[in-house]
Design a protein around this ligand. Structure first.
Ligand code: UDP
Ligand code: BGC
Length: 466
């Protein structure tokens, strides 16, 4: 049957996005980018469950090539922990519809009810872990709707046009020394926070940087970010979470640590009181937004979900790697961190930790990933990624071609990590959305060796052992 609708988000952009023959991208379901691809022959059985009997010689990678989707998705659909645990003759679900059938059969009703109870309890536990000793104070403000007396007008984010009028250089040349930066960018409030003097900052933003041995990038990052965050009229502080043990680098766990440590020092009356917002921007140290209008404020409560901000890099201007991508730079409100139970603590070494969070956000907490520009890349987990995506409201009409595009600092050969994902991480990824209530913020343990306002408060340096 020939089928044609124009419901794809990327219709009329002169590239065919429906994943069919000769298409440029696989961003939308077949037959929905009619203006760029023309009508398609639709296999009406496509959404029916498809199974494959495992012969032993047809590894998951081959099945992925044959049926689409990803290895991680196949593991998830079949409730498997790793590739080695598949038996010859086993009937495998190879599309999302079949995955649902397997899940339904696999989990008995009593277990489903237990998981629901765990989910509810985990929310409370993770909220308590986040606020720690200040939990009672937080509840007091929240439950009694305690208003904070202010005598200044609320700060308003300057308009897109204003922000891009005099663009900041991406990398100052020559780069200021740390002494120069220290002289220019000092905090104005207690505990290392900065806020504008002429208005009341309604958004408090903790920039959380996972870090080890990247001083070379940090200086460039600080030189740029202090200017940008001040331009956007935010209350902010930069937290550098430095892994000082000998273990493999664990980006996600460092982000959880930064979240908890930032919450310890946030002025609660300006973070959780009515009208205020408090959020975390999880930020790789080597990324700089090309557009000064990229919003570093907090996601609004009714926006749909956390924001994934680093959609495109300069070298991949029109190519976002894949739709579920959540790495690089992402903004989550404290409510989002509670709803997802934060990041997983299990991912040591490169890769997968951001994909795990993406699954927590969309499939665990039922939120959307909101972006400054839509991602035109493929769905990695075939069939279940289209619904959980959106665009940050208010930016639909921008002509700013740098919006959502990022410059990556440096790239010194000695800093390039081995990008081979540890098989353990792939295994964890296979059941991310089932595991999230039981592991994350509510099970976070670490040793804080030191917390210092470095260079008079240019940034907060947290030295941690994981
Ligand atoms: N990182 C770090 N030291 C390391 C490895 C990673 O500080 O040894 C931090 C740094 O903020 C970096 C981020 O983790 O930007 C992501 O790591 P990387 O750039 O190696 O991964 P990619 O972004 O290329 O996947
Ligand atoms: C990894 C992610 C990473 C992405 C982009 C994926 O294969 O799982 O952790 O962010 O590639 O490099």
């Amino acid at each position: 049957m020939d089928f044609c609708t124009n419901s794809c988000d990327y219709r009329e952009d002169r590239s065919c996005d429906d994943g069919g023959p000769e298409s440029d991208y696989q961003g939308c379901p077949l037959g929905t980018d009619c203006s760029d691809c023309g009508p398609r022959k639709i296999d009406l059985d496509q959404e029916k469950p498809k199974f494959h009997t495992f012969s032993g010689s047809d590894g998951l990678y081959k099945l992925q090539q044959k049926y689409g989707g990803s290895v991680a998705a196949m593991l998830r659909w079949n409730g498997l922990w790793d590739v080695a645990s598949i038996n010859v003759g086993q009937k495998l679900a190879v599309n999302a519809a079949a995955g649902k059938v397997v899940q339904e059969d696999r989990v008995p009703a009593a277990e489903k009810a237990r998981r629901q109870r765990v989910k509810i309890a985990s929310r409370v536990l993770s909220e308590r872990s986040l606020f720690g000793k200040r939990y009672e104070a937080y509840l007091d403000i929240l439950l009694n709707e305690k208003k904070t007396p202010v005598n200044k007008p609320p700060c308003v984010m300057p308009s897109h046009a204003e922000l891009i009028r005099d663009p900041l250089p991406h990398m100052e040349d020559p780069l200021p020394t740390l002494e120069e930066l220290q002289a220019r960018f000092q905090p104005t409030e207690a505990n290392g926070w900065w806020s504008p003097s002429d208005c009341e900052a309604m958004d408090t933003v903790a920039i959380v940087i996972p870090f080890r041995n990247r001083d070379y990038y940090l200086r460039g990052f600080l030189a740029h970010m202090h200017k940008l965050l001040r331009k956007q009229k935010l209350r902010y502080q930069i937290f550098v979470v430095d892994q000082v043990d000998e273990k493999k680098f664990n980006r996600a766990k460092l982000l959880n640590v930064g979240t908890v440590e930032a919450t310890k020092v946030v002025p609660l009356d300006k973070a959780v009181a009515p009208g205020y917002r408090f959020c975390f921007i999880m930020h790789d140290v080597d990324m700089i937004s090309l557009s000064d209008a990229l919003p570093y404020n907090c996601p609004k409560e009714d926006e749909g979900g956390p924001r994934h901000l680093s959609v495109y890099t300069v070298s991949h201007r029109n190519k976002c790697l894949y739709k579920e991508l959540f790495g690089g730079v992402a903004a989550l409100s404290y409510q989002h961190m509670v709803a997802t139970n934060g990041y997983s603590n299990l991912y040591y070494g490169w890769g997968g930790e951001d994909d795990d969070m993406s699954a927590r956000v969309r499939m665990g907490a039922g939120l959307k990933i909101m972006r400054p520009r839509l991602c035109s890349g493929p769905c990695r987990v075939h069939g279940d990624c289209m619904r959980g995506m959106g665009k940050i409201p208010g930016y639909e009409e921008t002509q700013d071609e740098n919006f959502g595009v990022w410059y990556m600092l440096g790239g010194r050969p000695e800093d390039v990590r081995d990008k081979q994902m540890d098989p353990k991480n792939l295994k964890y990824l296979g059941y991310a959305e089932d595991r999230y209530p039981a592991e994350g913020l509510n099970t976070l343990e670490y040793k804080l060796q030191a917390s210092t306002l470095a260079r008079g408060g240019l940034y907060t340096h947290l030295e941690v052992k994981l």
